[in-house]
Design a protein around this ligand. Structure first.
Ligand code: AMP
Ligand code: MG
Length: 431
């Protein structure tokens, strides 16, 4: 067990910090894109249906359109015989009304003719061409999907702020939206700081023991991309005031919607990020959050552009991106529910905390046969252990109130923040 530590004095809780970040953000403006290009974007305006859907009463079965009153007495031993006056295909209209005492053969989706109120499934008939025998009355009054059942003309088909996925694209296509108004992708500048950092093309220097790869450049660019941002990559900047100032100035020049830096926000001798930001006239909103990993997190406004300063440790950078960066991007791109969908997990191992901070532990999740999620830590939780992040399904949250109350026992329930798309949490089709 690690020694107990005092809480940093000027720090926010995770909730306060998240609220402070989101309070400074507004959704970016909209643009018009083709329907296919709208996948994954957020709708900027309600799309109203110009028609009823379905546009006509239509058959939900292949069979015979009839009047219920004509078939109620049908039995296997005393079938009802009706003359068949025509066949209506899915793309066709009936040429006449259905007159009492007759039937029209009809295909699924085809318009139900005037006068008919039922479609008798083909299995309850002799499939006759000129005359049909109906042997069961169970479909009397059934199998007609009414016009406008799905969507009435003038109704909102897809509301603004909806994230457009496959079903939304289908609805938009059905109401004739060939182009849609969506929020443009937020432009996010990302900068890694540190004298020790190189890109993978200089791996010989890493092998020589002089440098490390800037893995944050990769994790953050990727996390931004899958969150729907357009990445403006400012590369790697050494711990040098002049170079840092030039890099941050280029972020401003790039007219980005947000700047994300990693490293240099702690209390080290070469942690210049906050100092240079202040020289550039930035206003600091907060520095330090009562979390682990990721405590030395900074947030402010640089020329009106939100700046999020993530700590350099690879896990800290990723965890703080999940907690603050991703919700920020989601708000910028027009989403109204930006926070992750936290779920409950039963702990399969005891966990404890050694400081009054909210802890985010990397964990693997297993679903038991009843679908209950069980969590185990990935092992040691050092903030430099990036492979443990790569193995984690979720971050288990141990609230700061747990401090001083002893370990959270096996079998206790904690909250967890899913990592990735959560798909890997299911071992099989748990139905
Ligand atoms: P800092 O926040 O700058 O004090 O960095 C904390 C730790 O994270 C140090 O061990 C750095 O070497 C490491 N680190 C900083 N930036 C990166 C990065 N871009 N990629 C990988 N590790 C980093
Ligand atoms: Mg550094």
């Amino acid at each position: 067990m690690a020694r107990a530590e005092a809480a940093p004095r000027t720090s926010l809780t995770v909730r306060e910090a998240a609220a402070a970040v989101l309070a400074e953000l507004r959704p970016v403006e909209s643009e018009t894109v083709s329907l296919d290009a709208a996948l994954g974007r957020v709708l900027a305006k309600d799309v109203v249906s110009p028609l009823d859907l379905p546009p006509w009463d239509n058959a939900s079965m292949d069979g015979y359109a009839v009047r219920a009153a004509d078939v109620r007495g049908a039995r296997h031993d005393t079938p009802v015989a009706l003359p068949v006056t025509e066949t209506i295909a899915a793309g066709a209209m009936a040429t006449s009304e259905l007159t009492p005492g007759t039937a029209k053969r009809i295909m699924t989706g085809a318009p139900v003719p005037c006068g008919a109120d039922s479609v008798i499934r083909i299995e309850d008939t002799d499939r006759g061409d000129e005359r049909v025998l109906i042997v069961d009355p169970r479909d009397a009054g059934r199998n007609v999907r009414p016009r406008g059942e799905d969507l009435a003309k003038g109704a909102v088909a897809v509301p603004a702020s909806t994230v457009i996925g496959p079903p939304q694209l289908g609805v938009l296509a059905s109401v004739g939206a060939r182009t849609v108004s969506v929020h443009r992708k937020p432009r996010v500048a990302v900068l890694s700081t540190g004298d020790e950092l190189v890109d993978v093309d200089r791996f010989d220097e890493v092998l020589a023991g002089r440098r490390i790869v800037s893995s944050n450049s990769y994790t953050l660019r990727a996390a931004l991309t899958i969150t729907g941002a357009e990445v403006i990559d400012l590369g790697i900047c050494p711990d040098d005031r002049v170079a840092l100032r030039a890099s941050l100035q280029s972020a401003l020049d790039a007219k980005c919607d947000m700047v994300i830096t990693s490293g240099g926000v702690s209390v080290g001798t070469f942690d210049f990020t906050r100092e240079v930001l202040r020289e550039l006239g930035a206003t600091m909103r907060f520095w330090r959050v009562r979390i682990r990993p990721g405590g030395p997190l900074g947030f402010g406004l640089l020329g009106g552009i939100p700046w999020l300063g993530l700590p350099g440790n690879p896990v800290s950078a990723m965890v703080t991106f999940e907690l603050f960066g991703r919700p920020a991007i989601r708000k910028l791109r027009g989403e109204t529910r930006p926070f992750p969908h936290v779920f409950g997990v039963v702990m399969d191992e005891e966990v404890s905390i050694a400081a009054p901070l909210t802890h985010f532990y990397r964990a693997t999740i297993r679903r038991d046969d009843d679908g209950v999620a069980h969590a185990r830590l990935t092992g040691p939780q050092g903030s430099g252990l990036l492979t443990s992040m790569a193995r984690a399904d979720a971050l288990v949250v141990v609230p700061l109130e747990q401090f001083g109350r002893g370990p959270v026992p096996v079998g206790a329930t904690l909250s967890a923040v899913p990592l990735g798309d959560g798909a890997q949490l299911a071992a099989g089709l748990a139905l």
